[in-house]
Design a protein around this ligand. Structure first.
Ligand code: FMN
Length: 159
């Protein structure tokens, strides 16, 4: 059962601590099929007075095209017991593997009208984000920075 957080950054330290190892970035294709990848880059802040999570994704990732096409992503911050799922999601591509099926992951819908991307059930918390801006990081890195307005923040398996 998801519980809306009082503030999108209520657990910012937890998210930052988990980012050191890697968190899970969920996206969907045009048929609503979810994919997940690991990310250990990520940033919090405000832009146009809106709470934002920035996820840097390299263009070759399958996730890159999915986020660009859907304009959405979900950050699911997994507990340590799911770190192997996170590492798996960072070791193969959704172009080749249905990672949800391969790891027995269950999608959990974000309770936001019209929002298509699920989180991963059993994560500590989820940040549902709509892309409001993108920026390239060249020449220092090839990543695209997707600036996602946090339109929903939910506790899931938080103790
Ligand atoms: C711990 C870890 C952290 C990672 N961090 C990032 C990241 O911040 N940005 C990125 O583009 N790729 C990152 N990767 C690589 C992607 O997760 C990996 O290329 C993944 O297979 C892409 O999946 P996809 O093709 O289904 O999108 C990371 C991988 C691991 C294992």
């Amino acid at each position: 059962m998801l519980r809306a957080l009082d503030h999108p950054y209520a657990y910012a330290q937890l998210v930052a601590d988990r980012l050191k190892k890697g968190i899970m970035v969920v996206s969907v294709d045009q048929n609503g099929k979810p994919n997940v990848m690991a990310a250990s880059w990520g940033f919090f802040g405000y832009q146009w007075s809106r709470p934002v999570y920035i996820v840097p994704v390299q263009p070759p990732r399958y996730t890159h095209g999915l986020i660009a096409q859907s304009g959405e992503f979900v950050i699911s911050v997994q507990p340590e017991s799911m770190d192997d799922d996170m590492l798996f999601s960072g070791a193969c591509s959704g172009r080749d593997v249905d990672k949800f099926q391969a790891r027995g992951l269950t999608p959990v819908a974000m309770p936001i009208p019209g929002f298509k991307t699920p989180g991963i059930s059993g994560a500590l918390l989820h940040l549902a984000c709509r892309v409001i801006h993108t920026a390239g990081a060249k020449p220092l890195s090839p990543h695209t920075f997707f600036f996602g307005e946090i339109v929903g923040a939910y506790a899931d398996a938080l103790p």
